[in-house]
Design a protein around this ligand. Structure first.
Ligand code: ARG
Length: 462
């Protein structure tokens, strides 16, 4: 049987080995080790500074903790399941290195405020990393948009051809979504960056600790004002999972579009060989695995959010072991979001090419300029609804005759309504149809150029 040595003499026998394995988090919370060491260094310094331990003891603890850091980085620190979790593993090793003084590290601290601190330090770093990745992705979107202001692409509602768009406008819609993600993560960072250390197990501590000093050492911007809340709050993790889920929604929607665009039916993009895969049986296939995987991985992040909400909803104050379950949800979500952002950025930067000729054909071969005919009449004084009904009739006649609007002769137009003049042909040409939507935030080229400028300014402003 595993001899559990960390708990008090209250225990007469060791844990059943299967229960030890069941209970242990070391298999995954080892990922927190650097943060655990950093948190413990700050705690040890505070203990010395406040006179709770002597300055020499403080130095010995810090040196021992830094030695563990080196050992870990060199691959020499690999605690087993008997350590239970990363916190016990570090404390045990510290006592081996520094002797009895190692046993003083946990003075005025509990694993409850310790693990909360570690998780926040970890998440803070990951949020910064994800925000940088979001920025990189946005700059790729922006470059692609800049090169495609006058490239037209069919715009859809209900996945039916609606009105043509500037491709840049379409791409900038994603830029905006990612802009909100970036801002949202920045706001969440503020709430992650609060120190629970010093909350103790749940009620604070009898020692004269200096919570502000530790928080400052760890670059937290504030401390929890209520010890019970400090050890049991996981709102920050849920908020992060919400933000991560929204990033995945955005990536997944773009992925779905790329998958459609790469199909033979749309044929709007070609996937480069570096970012697509083949079939083991059908030699002609080129599959959009990257966007498919991003779309597929979205579900697991949503799942972690749901799991975390359910985890919290019935928990009485304060710490409960259930909270150990927060880590894998966070770790897997972080890994998934980071991986998906990286892959999607590469895909858009160098993995696909828009087929401009095909796109130009696509916008010329449908009735997505029908609104413009109605607008044409409306601008000549015909009430819009009347114009709309008339154009509906024209479309129906054209469909029956196998014609497009541009194929109608001026006589035919005039028969439909005397207000039509020769300039109707220009009004319904795809480029003009797009250019004319010059309302603020619309797809008109002038608006899109303004939007690009605006996006660029926001991208460089931190
Ligand atoms: N491994 C634990 C966790 O992740 C650390 C905190 C344990 N606290 C306790 N009171 N058992 O939640």
């Amino acid at each position: 049987m595993t001899k559990q040595t960390t708990w008090s003499q209250r225990f007469e026998s060791a844990l059943h080995p299967a229960i030890a394995r069941f209970n242990a988090s070391i298999g995954f919370d080892i990922a927190l080790i650097e943060y655990d060491l950093t948190g413990s260094v700050a705690h040890a310094k505070m203990l010395a500074r406040t006179g709770i331990i002597s300055p020499e003891e403080g130095e010995q603890l810090v040196a021992g903790l830094e030695q563990i850091r080196s050992e870990y980085r060199e691959g020499k620190f690999n605690p087993g399941v008997d350590a239970e979790d990363v916190h016990f593993a570090v404390e045990r090793r510290l006592t081996e290195i520094a002797g009895d003084v190692g046993k003083k590290l946990h003075t005025a601290r509990s694993r409850n405020d310790q693990v909360g601190t570690d998780t926040r330090l970890y998440l803070r770093d990951q949020i910064s990393h994800i925000r940088t990745q979001v920025r990189e992705f946005q700059s790729v979107l922006l470059n692609l948009a800049e090169a495609n202001v006058e490239t037209l692409i069919p715009g859809y509602t209900h996945l039916q051809r609606a009105q043509p768009l500037s491709l840049a406008h379409h791409l900038l819609a994603y830029f905006e979504m990612l802009q909100r993600d970036w801002t949202r993560l920045g706001e969440i960072y503020q709430r992650v960056n609060i120190s629970p250390l010093g909350s103790g197990a749940l009620a604070g501590t009898t020692f004269p600790i200096d919570r502000h000093y530790v928080a400052k050492e760890l670059q937290f911007s504030g401390i929890y004002g209520n010890s019970l809340d400090g050890v049991s709050d996981r709102d920050f993790a849920i908020e992060f999972l919400c933000a991560a889920s929204l990033i995945m929604v955005h990536l997944s929607r773009l992925s779905e579009e790329i998958i459609l665009w790469a199909s033979q039916e749309f044929s709007f993009v070609t996937l480069k060989d570096t970012c697509s895969t083949g079939s083991s049986i059908m030699p002609q296939k080129k599959n959009p695995d990257v966007p498919e995987l991003v779309r597929g991985k979205t579900g697991r992040v949503f799942g972690h959010l749901q799991a975390m909400l359910v985890l919290m909803k019935g928990l009485p104050l304060a710490y409960n072991k259930d909270l150990q379950e927060d880590k894998e949800a966070l770790f897997d979500s972080v890994k998934t979001v980071q991986g998906c952002l990286e892959a999607t950025t590469i895909l858009l930067r160098e993995g696909l090419e828009f087929k401009r000729e095909r796109l130009a054909e696509a916008v010329a071969e449908d009735f997505s300029n029908a609104t413009d005919v109605a607008d044409y009449l409306a601008s000549k004084g015909v009430p819009f609804r009347e114009a709309y009904n008339l154009v509906g009739k024209v479309v129906r006649t054209c469909l029956a005759a196998g014609k497009l609007l541009k194929d109608l002769s001026l006589e035919e137009w005039k028969e439909l309504h005397p207000a039509f003049e020769d300039d109707i042909y220009n009004a319904i040409a795809p480029t003009q149809v797009v250019a004319a939507r010059n309302s603020y935030g619309g797809t008109g080229f002038e608006q899109v150029r303004q939007a690009l400028k605006n996006a660029h300014e926001r991208l460089v402003a931190e």
